[in-house]
Design a protein around this ligand. Sequence first.
Ligand code: GTP
Ligand code: MG
Length: 213
Amino acid sequence: MSARRRAPAPAPKVRTAEHLATVASLEQLPPEGPPEVAFLGRSNVGKSSLLNRLVGRRQLARTSATPGKTRQILFYRLERVGRPELRLADLPGYGYARVSKGERQAWQRLVEGYLGERPALRLAVLLQDLRRDASEDETLLLAWLAERGVPWLVAITKCDKLKPMRRAARVRELREQLGLSPAQGVPTSSETGAGIAAQWDAIDARLAEDAAS
Ligand code: GTP
Ligand code: MG
């Protein structure tokens, strides 16, 4: 490969990014409006960090080194220059061992209720940590979304954690495990910003495809 790579296109400029609602139960969901993009994945995988990077605001969504903190769905309103208005939904993470059965059931009710019955939801972005193997949780979730006709993409997170050769090999492995095309599984780093513009392009392309069908 040539040593001189073309610089990636910049991420779209954000005009407004603001908190819209915090939702602990389905009754609290805000009235439907602009298309919604939901971010979901294992606890601590980097959902809130990716959302912050995508909107270019360090502290919009709360991030934490302690997994399993967020129990609600947080909605953000987003206006970008030259691209359609969106809402982003930061979903509570799953797979955190130290939660009670009751909490797990509450998670399931809220997340499945939202993902399965929300006409404004146009895309689910499932996050997968570069260093972990995809588990049944991820494969079942993708199948569940496909069954319900919810378009999805995968964001491979924390790509700064491995050196380039190892990273490229892991990206290939994960795409294979989850059956992803390169456009369906974009490597990202919320630490360095790598892959963020590509992630936006993948999101916008998927939304446009869905709108056209
Ligand atoms: P929950 O809300 O608890 O489910 O977690 P989350 O998926 O929102 O993860 P969050 O964004 O809070 O990140 C969890 C931890 O991973 C934090 O310590 C982040 O700083 C770290 N982290 C997230 N993304 C990256 C990344 O791209 N690179 C590195 N090195 N660390 C990251
Ligand atoms: Mg979070």
